[in-house]
Design a protein around this ligand. Structure first.
Ligand SMILES: Nc1ncnc2c1ncn2[C@@H]1O[C@H](COP(=O)(O)OP(=O)(O)OP(=O)(O)O)[C@@H](O)[C@H]1O
Ligand SMILES: [Mg+2]
Length: 366
C-alpha cells in the first residue's frame, strides 16, 4: 500500500506514532479482506490497492499505487468508474449487485460498495471502493437449495403420491362408467375430465420415480445407438414439424456402464424440451464426445428454439418449475438421474437464439 503522509486520520494529526499504528492496522485489515479494496485520493490517484485487488485485477499494488485511477483502468464507461462517482458526485453504492464486471470482463455476481472520504473539516479527500465476488458462493447456495428442495420434494412425493393415486383411480373408474352411459353432450365434458386425470396420473408417476428412480441395474450400453434409436422414434412420432435433426456422433465412444432405462428417460426429457422450444421449427443438433483423460462422455443437445432467460435458468432444475403449463418435473428428474450416475448437466442459453444442454456421464459410474 502507498505511504501517504497526509494527516487525514481525524484526531491523529499530532500523534505520529498513533498515525502509524492506524495506518498499519487499516492496511492489515484491508489485506485480510475477502473483497478487493481500492481507494483514491481527491486527485483520483490510487492510494490503497489491497492484496485481493492485486489478485482480482492481476496487477501489482506497487505498480498502480500513485497512478490515476482512469489510467490504471482505461476504456470504461463513465458510469463504471465507481469510486470516482462517489468522489465527484457524492453518489455512494451500498452493496449494489451487478452480474457483469467491466474491470475483468467476467460474468458473475459482484457486490459493490463505495464511500466518500472526508477530512475532519468536511472536505472531500478521497473515495474507497469495495468489490466482492459472490459468484461461487451464490452458485454453491443455489446448488444446495436445489438439493435441499429436491430431497424434500422426494419425501413429499413418496408420502403423498400413493394417497392421491388411490382415490384418483376410483374417480377415474366412475368417470369412465358415467362416460359410457352419458349422452354425447355430457360425455364430451367427461372425456376432458378423464384427460385431466390422466395428466395428474403422469405427474404422480414422475413424482414417484423422483423418489425411487426405477433402476434396472447397470449394463454396458452404446450411447450412440441409444441416441439414434430415440431420434428414429421422434422422427416417426410426427412431432418434428419443420425440425431438422443433425447428428454428430463420436465413433470412438466406449460402451458406458449405465442404467439404460433411466438414461433413456433423461435423454427423452431433454429431447422433448428442445422440440417443445421450437414450435415454429428449427434445428436440433445432437452430438457425442469422449474425453479419454477423464473417462467421461458428453452428450450435447443444441436447439435453435426460444431460449431461456437468465432468471429462469436458475430455476429450471427446481421441481414444478415450468413455463409451459406442464408438470415441470422433466429436468428435475433428468438431473437426478444424471447425478445418480455420477455425471453433471451444463446449460447455456440465449433468449431468441436457442439452448445448449450438455450431459456429462462417466464411462464407469462411481
Ligand atoms: N431446450 C429448452 N429451451 C427452452 N426452454 C427450456 C428448454 N429446456 C427446458 N426449458 C425450460 O425449463 C423449464 C423446465 O423444464 P422441465 O423439463 O423441467 O419441465 P417442463 O418441460 O416445463 O415440463 P415436463 O418436462 O415435466 O413436461 C421449461 O418449462 C422451460 O421453460
Ligand atoms: Mg420438459
Amino acid at each position: 500500500m502507498i505511504k501517504h503522509n497526509e494527516s487525514s486520520i481525524p484526531g491523529m494529526v499530532h500523534f505520529p506514532m498513533q498515525q502509524h499504528f492506524w495506518r498499519t492496522l487499516s492496511n492489515f485489515i484491508a489485506d485480510l479482506s475477502s473483497a478487493s479494496v481500492i481507494a483514491v485520493d481527491r486527485l483520483e490517484r490510487i492510494i490503497v490497492f489491497n492484496k485481493h485487488a492485486e489478485h482480482t485485477f492481476a496487477r501489482q499494488a506497487r505498480k498502480v499505487l500513485g497512478q490515476p485511477f482512469r489510467q490504471a483502468f482505461p476504456s470504461l464507461a463513465e458510469h463504471e468508474y465507481y469510486p470516482l462517482i462517489a468522489l465527484h458526485q457524492g453518489r455512494e453504492l451500498n452493496e449494489v449487485e451487478t452480474y457483469y464486471c467491466p474491470y475483468t470482463n467476467k460474468r458473475g455476481v459482484f457486490i459493490h460498495s463505495t464511500a466518500l472520504i472526508k477530512d475532519n473539516l468536511g472536505s472531500k479527500i478521497g473515495a474507497i471502493w469495495l468489490r466482492k465476488d459472490l459468484t461461487c458462493k451464490r452458485r454453491f447456495q443455489q446448488e444446495m437449495s436445489n438439493a435441499a428442495v429436491g430431497a424434500m420434494v422426494s419425501q413429499l412425493a413418496a408420502g403423498a403420491a400413493h394417497e392421491i393415486r388411490n382415490p384418483l383411480t376410483t374417480a377415474k373408474g366412475y368417470l369412465q362408467l358415467a362416460q359410457q352411459q352419458a349422452p354425447d353432450e355430457v360425455a364430451k365434458y367427461l372425456k376432458i375430465a378423464l384427460e385431466e386425470i390422466e395428466q395428474i396420473d403422469v405427474i404422480i408417476t414422475q413424482l414417484l420415480s423422483l423418489y425411487h428412480p426405477k433402476a434396472e441395474g447397470l449394463q454396458f450400453v452404446s450411447i450412440n445407438s441409444m441416441i439414434s434409436e430415440l431420434v428414429y422414434l421422434a422422427k416417426n412420432s410426427g412431432n418434428l414439424l419443420n425440425i431438422t435433426i443433425d447428428l454428430a456422433l463420436d465413433k470412438n465412444i466406449p460402451l458406458c456402464l449405465i442404467d439404460e432405462k433411466l438414461i433413456k428417460h433423461a435423454l427423452l426429457n431433454t429431447l422433448r424440451n428442445a422440440i417443445e422450444a421450437m414450435p415454429k421449427g428449427g434445428t436440433l443438433s445432437i452430438s457425442t464426445q469422449y474425453f479419454a483423460a477423464s473417462e467421461e462422455i458428453c452428450i450435447t443437445l443444441k436447439d435453435t428454439g426460444i431460449g431461456i432467460s437468465e432468471k429462469n435458468l436458475k430455476q429450471i432444475f427446481k421441481p414444478f418449475f415450468t413455463t409451459k403449463k406442464s408438470s415441470g418435473l422433466g429436468l428435475t428428474l433428468t438431473n437426478r438421474i444424471i447425478q445418480h450416475h455420477g455425471g453433471r448437466i451444463e446449460v447455456q442459453s440465449t433468449m431468441g437464439q436457442g439452448t445448449i444442454i450438455r450431459l456429462y456421464l462417466p464411462v464407469f459410474p462411481p
